[in-house]
Write a new protein. Structure first.
Length: 294
């Protein structure tokens, strides 16, 4: 008689290992995990890391701890000087409109003291900087902006540079508002350009660079401003040039020499203070001009 081995009880079926799915896309299977949080991620969510991959949330969290690059004087890092290009484009566009419609645009947008004080057209204080008399006028100012603008924009960042440009233009208009004859129409970006000249000088001094070149440019242009009209009869707005130069230089001093500890706060307070001062000078002058016109 032979003996039979005892029958083995049936073994339960082993469950298959659960396939993980992407935590951001639950319908996608994946065996890749984030190296930081170990959550499963699909190919669309994989971000290259030093080792393996990370998920978008961990990458974003890691970027917060990375100190963002700054410009020389605290603004955002500028790779493309888009503000300079935008100013150039706007100036060319407005000049094209001037050529098409004649003096209508000039009469409506140029700096004209009674227009500001009596008609309340305060926009003239800024719009005048985007108008030009002729091709020589726009070529000179356009060339200066094209050459100097990117340098200053990279030094200060987009926002601080546009503040410097517009406040310099406003400074030139404000001095003209106080000094120019009432029937004077003034136009051109020269006030802003002179402000940029002054800013380049300040930046150069702050960085211990040779500033003799820009000093000569400023001196020559001031000489042209005052001497050329005496011999040619050509009218040049010395108020726009000097007002822009003073405003741009003083504002650049505040931007370039602001203490690192509270640099952004000091810089924006200086910008706001310059704007408030210039606006106050305009408002103080308005009644006097209005009374002379009336």
């Amino acid at each position: 008689m032979t003996s039979q081995p005892p029958s083995q009880p049936p073994q339960p079926e082993q469950p298959a290992e659960a396939v993980p799915t992407c935590y951001r896309h639950p319908d996608r299977e994946t065996w890749v995990r984030c190296q930081r949080c170990e959550r499963p991620i699909c190919p669309d969510c994989m971000r290259d890391a030093a080792v393996g991959f990370q998920c978008p949330e961990c990458v974003a969290e890691g970027n917060k701890a990375i100190r963002q690059a700054k410009s020389t004087f605290g603004g955002g890092l500028v790779r493309t000087p888009i503000v300079t290009y935008a100013i150039m484009g706007l100036i060319v566009l407005v000049f094209g409109v001037q050529l098409l419609v004649g003096d209508v645009v000039t009469a409506a947008l140029a700096m004209w003291p009674p227009g500001v004080a009596v008609l309340g057209e305060y926009y003239r204080l800024i719009t005048a900087a985007f108008l030009h008399q002729d091709f020589i006028h726009i070529l000179f100012n356009g060339w200066a902006i094209w050459v100097i603008g990117p340098y200053l924009e990279r030094a200060f960042g987009h926002a601080r540079f546009i503040a410097l440009f517009l406040l310099s233009a406003l400074g030139g208009s404000v001095l003209g508002f106080w000094v120019d004859p009432l029937n004077t129409f003034t136009l051109g970006a020269s006030g802003a350009v002179f402000g940029m000249f002054g800013a380049v000088f300040v930046v150069g001094r702050r960085l211990n660079l040779d500033v003799r070149g820009i000093a000569v440019i400023i001196a020559l242009n001031l000489a042209i401003t005052f001497v050329l009209p005496a011999f040619s009869g050509l009218r040049i707005s010395w108020t726009g040039h000097v007002g822009g130069l003073v405003t741009g230089t003083l504002l650049a001093l505040a931007l370039a020499y602001a203490p690192k500890a509270n640099r952004a706060l000091v810089q924006w307070l200086a910008i706001a203070g310059a704007l408030v001062l210039l606006v106050a000078l305009v408002l103080v002058r308005v009644p006097a001009i209005a009374s002379m016109v009336g």
